[in-house]
Design a protein around this ligand. Structure first.
Ligand SMILES: *Cc1c(COP(=O)(O)O)cnc(C)c1O
Length: 387
């Protein structure tokens, strides 16, 4: 069977895949069906926190697979409880709802914010959620509405109502929207799909000040920037703030589908039995993978993320064809004179896999990528940019 031909014929054409079939790999090295090895700086879009087929993670997941797979949420299971406790202890949050993806984690947060306002004001007059321009919050009809990028909206309307967009950095604009009546401000501390933009500290503090002033919730979408990627466990921790709701997915289970919506003090009791649910959410196998991932994101590992980030920045800064570097930790965007697409192609042809976000080359390597591999990949990126 020709895999690419069969895939193109039968899989819905939503992805323009690169001409590469991945057959396996280990850590930060992927293997293609051409037998070639590739240094992976994309990790399945910030999902494979410790790279492909990480030994310890595989062991933890296999053990759970052999013990207790799926049960539904009608029963208690150990990994789900352990993971929720771990997430709360590491963040100070009070409750966690588990789902399967980032979009669902955000849906859960949006529903919660609306219910919060409904209970406070007795009607739906404050149901609007403010999000930011250039944000990305998912592909469902509601999370697309939350996504502040017109490009994703064309031809899919009508959308769920109740979303308005503020410009990142514009506190006056944000306050004007707050005054119109809303229930929450939702933001990514580091916008991923929007081009790898870390929000300014003043702006983030401003969001929290306004939410306090207007009695509304802060929702940090940590789906991409969370789970150690920013150099702290969650990116909001770099800003010294505590959101009311934190949404989580991509890297959480290290390669398995798991979403989590975490609720702080003010939001902990919004959901009551029967008011929300998920068939797969908190599945023991995914939760066991996540327990392994979270238990390994310790101070040492985070220091390694910061060190690798500095290696990347200092290696690429000022090299020919490199215009600027944005982002935080191991979530970096590189603006090149050449188009991002051309850099991606050159890199792949030279054995390095990188991503793009808007006009930038996006790097999301494994948090434990060996530094020699990282340097080899950087040589290729620099050569591509200089060409
Ligand atoms: C990827 C992403 C989502 C959507 O996650 P899915 O698992 O694809 O539904 C939401 N928010 C952010 C910030 C993301 O990067």
């Amino acid at each position: 069977m020709d895999i690419r031909e069969t895939d193109s014929e039968y899989v819905a054409a939503t992805y323009s895949r690169f001409p590469l079939t991945v057959t396996g790999g280990q850590g930060s090295v992927l293997v293609g069906d051409d037998g070639r090895k590739y240094i992976d700086l994309g990790t399945g879009i910030a999902v494979n926190t410790f790279g492909m087929c990480d030994g310890e993670w595989v062991e933890a997941v296999k053990k759970q697979l052999d013990t207790c797979g799926h049960t539904s949420n009608l029963y208690y299971t150990e990994p789900c409880a352990v993971l929720a406790k771990m997430l709360c202890e590491r963040t100070g949050m009070k409750k966690v709802f588990f789902s399967n993806s980032g979009a669902e984690a955000n849906e859960c947060a949006i529903k919660a914010a609306r219910r919060f306002a409904f209970r406070k004001y007795g009607d739906e007059s404050r149901s609007t959620v403010i999000t930011l321009k250039s944000s990305f919050h998912g592909r469902t009809v509601t999370t697309l509405a939350a996504t502040g990028q017109d490009a994703f909206h064309t031809e899919f309307g009508p959308f769920t109502g109740g979303f308005v967009y503020a410009e990142a950095g514009d506190l006056d604009g944000l306050e004007a929207l707050c005054k119109q009546g809303c229930c929450a401000v939702m933001f990514e501390c580091v916008q991923g799909e929007g081009g790898v933009n870390a929000l300014d500290a003043d702006f983030v503090h401003g969001i929290f000040g306004l939410c306090e002033k207007y009695g509304i919730l802060t929702i940090a979408d940590e789906v991409q920037c969370g789970n150690g990627r920013s150099g702290k466990l969650y990116a909001y921790m770099n800003y010294g703030v505590t959101p009311d709701i934190v949404t989580n997915a991509k890297g959480l289970a290290g390669g398995l589908p798991l979403g989590a919506t975490m609720f702080g003090e003010r939001a902990a009791d919004i959901y009551t039995p029967g008011s929300h649910g998920s068939t797969f959410g908190g599945n023991p196998i995914c939760a066991a993978g996540a327990v392994n991932v979270l238990s390994r994101i310790d101070d040492d590992l985070l220091a390694g993320v910061v060190r690798r980030s500095e290696i990347i920045r200092s290696y690429l800064a000022g090299k020919p064809g490199i215009v600027s570097i944005s982002g935080m930790g191991l979530m970096l965007g590189i603006e090149t004179v050449k188009s991002a697409a051309d850099v991606i192609t050159y890199c792949r042809e030279h054995g390095v896999l990188v991503l793009s976000a808007k006009n930038r080359v996006r790097l999301l390597p494994a948090l434990n990528i060996p530094e020699d591999l990282l340097l080899r990949a950087l040589e290729v990126i620099a050569a591509s940019a200089a060409e």
